[in-house]
Design a protein around this ligand. Structure first.
Ligand SMILES: C[S@@+](CC[C@H](N)C(=O)[O-])C[C@H]1O[C@@H](n2cnc3c(N)ncnc32)[C@H](O)[C@@H]1O
Length: 354
């Protein structure tokens, strides 16, 4: 089978490198399913792959910025925003009074002041677009560009200095960080033209916390936040709060935490699935509310809880079904020494009897 082309994303925990393997393992179980719910959707890679495979797909994520990515890649079937229109959104329109929320509150934190001003104008122009397809494209190219221009592709530190003072050697990708928004928009509009498509099915994106998501499907894919035993935990909100702010632009000023050096924006901050002590209980609740679905969970070893704890829980929730636990190796790469210590796993609760 030829490799399926997938959008390139720089998102923490993306399953892009593993998705072919994950899908192969699901197919190997010979399960019958026509619809999938990707309840911790992130970049939408699992949803996108399922869409390519002709399934009816529901993408969900707790964050509005991710929901927009799901809307663009999964729900919508085309890109209607041209590169000329996208670049035009960087210009002030006569007669409009623009806010300067980012420039006024985030100087020296994530982006240069010139870039902050561009973000302010672009997002307000995008919000004025009446065509929902164009608006989702505009958000998509802005979010992807903002991620790519950040050291570590994250927003949990106010480390603009690392980018501007970088002088070669060792760590860093200065060239990528310094690409202008104009250059990056051109790249991402081309990606949208290439990757948006219609699989002839009804596919939707929704925006709930996992435990509040009312959608149901034949197969539930669960790829939750991961707690490593060796590192302190940084929540997805802490990693990407700035993008969640941009997705709720007019709300930003009411939610900036000025006590934090990185001026965290508190919109949609939640502890659901972000606290290792509550995790197993919440997972149990999630699995029990999807009684009629095949369950597929992605997790890693050396985490809290352990793979064994998760497997046991799933077996308890589905005492009459076959549950399989698969070691996928390290990110799908060839076996190596460290492989035994840090691997990706897949736990599948099938709908066949034991
Ligand atoms: C490990 S990532 C999923 C990555 C995704 N499978 C991919 O390939 O890009 C976990 C995702 O869960 C989302 N998330 C965190 N807490 C959530 C919650 N309580 N409900 C729904 N989504 C949540 C995060 O925004 C993040 O995108």
């Amino acid at each position: 089978m030829p490799k399926i082309a997938l959008p390139v994303t720089r998102y923490y925990g993306s399953k892009r490198k593993l998705i072919e393997r994950i899908w192969r393992e699901i197919e190997a179980q010979r399960l019958e399913f026509d619809s999938v719910l990707d309840v911790f959707g992130g970049t939408g890679i699992f949803s996108y792959f399922a869409k390519v495979k002709g399934k009816s797909v529901i993408y969900n994520d707790i964050f509005a910025f991710n929901y927009n990515i799901g809307k663009k890649l999964i729900q919508q079937t085309t890109n209607e925003l041209t590169i000329e229109e996208a670049l035009g959104l960087l210009n002030r329109r006569p007669g409009i009074e623009y806010r300067d929320t980012i420039a006024a509150n985030f100087e020296g934190i994530y982006f240069t002041q010139e870039e902050n001003e561009q973000i302010d104008i672009f997002i307000q122009n995008a919000n004025m677009l009446e065509n929902e397809n164009q608006k989702a494209s505009a958000y998509y190219i802005l979010f992807q560009s903002c991620i790519i221009k950040r050291p570590y592709n994250l927003f949990h530190r106010n480390n603009l200095n690392m980018r501007v003072n970088y002088n070669g050697g060792g760590f860093g990708n200065k060239t990528t960080w310094e690409h202008t928004f104009e250059t990056l928009f051109t790249r991402f509009i081309a990606e949208l033209d290439k990757f948006t498509f219609d699989n002839g099915r009804e596919n939707i994106a929704v925006n709930f916390s996992a435990l509040n998501c009312p959608s149901r499907a034949d197969l539930l894919y669960v790829d939750p936040p991961y707690f490593s035993t060796s590192r302190s935990h940084t929540t997805y909100h802490a990693k990407y709060h700035f993008l969640e702010g941009l997705a709720n632009y007019t709300e930003i000023e009411n939610h900036i935490n000025f006590e934090k050096l990185n001026r965290e924006i508190s919109i949609n901050k939640s502890s659901e699935f972000e606290n290792p002590r509550a995790f197993l209980l919440q997972l149990e609740q999630l699995i029990n509310t999807h009684q009629n679905s095949i369950i597929v969970v992605s997790y890693r070893n050396n985490g809290i809880p352990s793979i064994q704890d998760i497997s046991e829980l799933i077996q308890q929730c589905r005492p009459n079904n076959r549950v399989v636990t698969l070691d996928l190796g390290m990110y799908g790469y060839a076996l190596n020494k460290s492989n035994s210590t840090n691997n990706e796993y897949l736990i599948i609760a099938t709908n066949d009897p034991n």
